[in-house]
Design a binder for this molecule. Structure first.
Ligand code: GLU
Length: 427
């Protein structure tokens, strides 16, 4: 059990269970690395948080009001960076904990950014494209003072995409009076996006999976894979691993899961998904529930959907050797410890899904330089950065007998701690 740090900071509105979990992780690693308590305390809370009310005229003519957030956790290394999610469960605590994760993720990958996250509490699947556009534009204008290529650079996250980024870029540009592509990343290539950004998170997840197979000395001819979530991250990770000869035995989306022990034909499944909007009903597959999906025997389990999916109540039913976290926070602290003790290698989110923000960084650099790279250059640089980060995490985890999550966190936190120590405290 990790002692919680005595704090002089009064309870903050962000202190939801989600946020307390992120704090507990930080507390655990701070104790392990002997982080000075004054520095530790500064890192336990976000630097700034903004909560906004967003009135939107709906298609029926009535005005509906939504709540939006943008949180900067730390900006010691550069502008705040992180996605914006649209989901009914978004709240300040969740956004603040995800912003903290972004700080560690960027630092671990060696990117010159601080950590941010944003979100709007809404059900995007019940909204028309026009309603989503008005929601995005009004949210952007409410938080516009936080944004800018050298202040805060949003990107896609759950239920947001290239189109959302294009609206944010346009709204920001109209307000400042000139076009500023570098205010967002993950935008369409035709307006300054980077080749390879759309695939980057899934590609990075697949890369980590292959690296983990080697590190774990998994001596199987054709590793088997289960993927929870068939959105941008899950489908592309599945496609990449399928082309490396791995056997994808089960996948799911919000509507349900499918299984075929002989292996699913992923390119065909992707075509089926874009035609029918779901994986269920795919020829030559059996329909399964989410619980059945997670307990399917496999070498690699990739949770690439929501947070808190592998937890105390289902951890004993998992039957995999490696977990590669495509989603943010899919594993609870109890399950993380349990799996590690059982010998399962858990590649943590801040490493496994960092391909997205890494190529976001490439997009930002290309935009500022006005010099664009080929897709091959993007992918090669991504592999270099991911490879180095994987090696450092696996090595530290062995050297100090830490769970890989704690090793990754230690690398991220120590980078930020050093930056803050050198910059000192103003005034
Ligand atoms: N939303 C992604 C993440 O959680 C990408 C963030 C970014 O590219 O800034 O890492």
């Amino acid at each position: 059990m990790v002692a919680t740090m005595p704090s002089s900071v009064p309870t903050m509105e962000c202190e939801s269970p989600h946020f307390l979990m992120a704090q507990r992780q930080l507390d655990e690693i701070a104790a392990e690395m002997g982080l000075p308590s004054q520095l530790h305390e500064r890192l336990r809370y976000p630097k700034r948080s903004m909560v906004v009310t967003i009135p939107v005229r709906m298609d029926d003519g009535l005005v509906k009001t939504f709540t939006g957030y943008r949180v900067h956790h730390d900006v010691a290394l550069g502008p705040a960076k992180g996605g914006i999610r649209f989901h009914p469960e978004v709240n300040l605590g969740e956004v603040a904990s995800l912003a903290m994760l972004m700080t560690w993720k960027c630092a671990l990958m060696g990117l010159p950014y601080g950590g941010a996250k944003g979100g709007i509490r809404c059900k995007p699947w019940q909204m028309s494209l026009g309603e989503q556009e008005r929601l995005t534009r009004r949210y952007t204008s409410e938080i516009i003072n936080l944004l800018g290529p050298d202040k805060d650079i949003p990107a896609p996250d759950m239920y947001t995409n290239e189109q959302t980024m294009a609206w944010i870029m346009d709204t920001y540009s109209i307000n400042v009076g000139h076009t500023v592509p570098s205010v967002v990343t993950g935008k369409p290539v035709s307006i300054g996006g980077s080749l390879g950004r759309h695939e980057a998170t899934g590609r990075g997840v697949a890369y980590c999976a292959r690296r983990a197979v080697k590190h774990h000395n998994l001596n199987v001819e054709q590793p088997t894979v289960v993927v929870q979530g068939f959105g941008n991250v899950g489908s592309i990770a599945a496609k990449q691993l399928y082309s490396s000869g791995y056997k994808i035995v089960a996948v799911s989306d919000v509507h349900g899961g499918i299984r075929n022990e002989e292996g699913l034909d992923i390119p065909r499944l992707m075509a089926y998904m874009s035609e029918f909007g779901r994986v269920a009903g795919f020829p030559n597959s059996t329909t399964i529930s989410n619980a059945e999906l997670l307990s399917t025997k496999c070498d690699i389990l990739i949770p690439a959907a929501l947070g808190n999916q592998l937890r105390e109540d289902n951890m004993e039913s998992l039957d995999c050797k490696i977990v590669v976290e495509g989603a943010n926070g899919p594993t609870s602290p109890e399950a993380d410890i349990y799996l590690h003790e059982k010998g399962v290698l858990v590649v943590p989110d801040i490493l496994a899904n960092a391909g997205g923000v890494t190529v976001s960084y490439f997009e930002w650099v290309q935009g500022l330089m006005q010099l664009f790279w080929t897709e091959q250059e993007v992918n090669e640089r991504l592999e270099q950065i991911m490879g180095r980060a994987c090696d450092r995490v696996f090595a530290l985890s062995q050297e100090r007998t830490l769970r890989p999550r704690m090793a990754a966190l230690r690398l991220g936190v120590s980078t930020i701690a050093e930056a803050k120590r050198l910059r000192g405290l103003y005034p």
